[in-house]
Design a binder for this molecule. Structure first.
Ligand code: MG
Length: 380
């Protein structure tokens, strides 16, 4: 029986994780749940899974949830202290880190520092603080298991081979909803259009990131830290069918790939049951129904976010945190119709230029960079 804490339990990965848990009731127990403000769903989840602890974003939310739960014995906490308690002190063996954005950094670090294995969906924590998170994980002897479908694929293809035998990692990208749309029309893209991902059903932030290809840029940095492969040995290729979830090319020219239907329950389940595999009810990939697997190079002029991510990753230091904060601000503004789709990379470029790279050695220094970028972007 594995005891889980799920941070971000009402989001897309959180709800899929609870589906995996419900499909294997003898394998998992829920120790803690944490979410921001979806009290309706959180109440249902608490009643169903009876965690020891539940944490919400605000004190008001916590009072309301406590009232709704009545005599249910679950402890209700709130805010950052509640989130950290869920990550480190609720008796979990494995923490599913599925909060969106740099907000996931502190609880992810807390879980690692408390010696918990982490199933990581919060790629931003590795983007902004990959060296700190992975160093702490090594020091504590804990595993960081990828939930991101591409990284789960690579993790499976790497198996026992050392990173020294890898020539490059190849991340596949669907290309998002605008792969074939002319760049000249990008200024008129609406949030509704950008939220229609062709293959994957995901939360809003990652769906917009997929449309700009920033998601793939963040995943390049995530792969670099997870697998210890230099950034310039992580490549990206467009694969519109999203059947091959990523590949590893070895020094002898062999390419290993992982294939499957695009369904997050598969990589989530593998992270939860690793090193075992378990049967499940996810639809099978019927090879005979596939009409073709195609690949093409990324149009880097059309999707400048990808090169911005490589630039920040190669610069290192504070640059990835600047990139990430500016991207979070830009995505939110685009969703609120304050900037156009084509202005997302413009805003990130401006932030990278306005914040020269500096060394960062602690989580607090990284969070200070994050706050600085957000403050300065208020004037733009
Ligand atoms: Mg992904």
């Amino acid at each position: 029986m594995r005891r889980l804490a799920i941070l971000g339990s009402t989001g897309s990965v959180g709800t899929s994780t609870l589906e995996v848990v419900a499909a294997h009731p003898d394998s998992f127990q829920i120790a803690a749940l944490a979410a921001r403000d979806n009290l309706d769903l959180l109440e249902v989840q608490v009643r169903r899974h009876a965690p020891r602890l539940v944490s919400v974003g605000s004190e008001t939310g916590a009072r309301e949830l406590r009232r709704r739960l009545g005599r249910t014995p679950t402890e209700v906490a709130w805010g950052t202290p509640g989130l950290l308690q869920a990550a480190g002190d609720a008796g979990a063996d494995l923490v599913v880190s599925a909060i969106v954005g740099a907000a996931g950094l502190l609880p992810t670090m807390r879980a690692v520092a408390a010696g918990k294995d982490v199933a990581l969906a919060n790629k931003e924590s590795l983007v902004v603080a990959g060296d700190l998170v992975t160093a702490e994980a090594r020091a504590r002897g804990v595993r960081i298991l990828p939930v991101d479908s591409e990284h789960s694929a690579i993790f499976q293809c790497l198996a026992e081979s050392g990173a020294g035998q890898v020539r490059r990692i190849i991340l596949t990208a669907s290309g998002g909803p605008f792969r074939t749309r002319p760049r000249a029309t990008f200024a008129s893209i609406t949030p509704e259009e950008a939220l229609k991902h062709p293959n994957w059903s995901m939360g809003k932030k990652v769906t917009i990131d997929s449309a700009t290809l920033m998601n793939k840029g963040l995943e390049v940095i995530e792969a670099h830290w997870l697998f210890g492969v230099p950034v310039d040995q992580v490549d990206v290729i467009i694969h519109p069918q999203s059947i091959i979830h990523s590949l590893v090319e070895y020094v002898d020219g062999s390419l290993l790939a992982q294939l499957g239907v695009p369904d997050m329950r598969v990589p989530i389940q593998y992270a939860l049951t690793y090193p075992e595999r378990r049967p499940n009810a996810v639809p099978r990939l019927a090879l005979e129904t596939l009409t073709g697997l195609t690949f093409e190079a990324v149009d880097r002029e059309k999707f400048p976010c990808l090169d911005l991510a490589y630039e920040a990753a190669l610069a290192g230091g504070s640059a990835p945190a600047v990139l990430n904060a500016a991207n979070e601000v830009a995505v939110e503004r685009f969703l609120n119709r304050r900037i156009g789709f084509d202005e997302i990379p413009t805003l990130i470029r401006k932030a990278l230029d306005a914040h020269p790279r500096r060394a960062v050695g602690t989580v607090e220094e990284i969070l200070e960079v994050d706050r600085e970028v957000r403050r300065r972007l208020e004037d733009y």
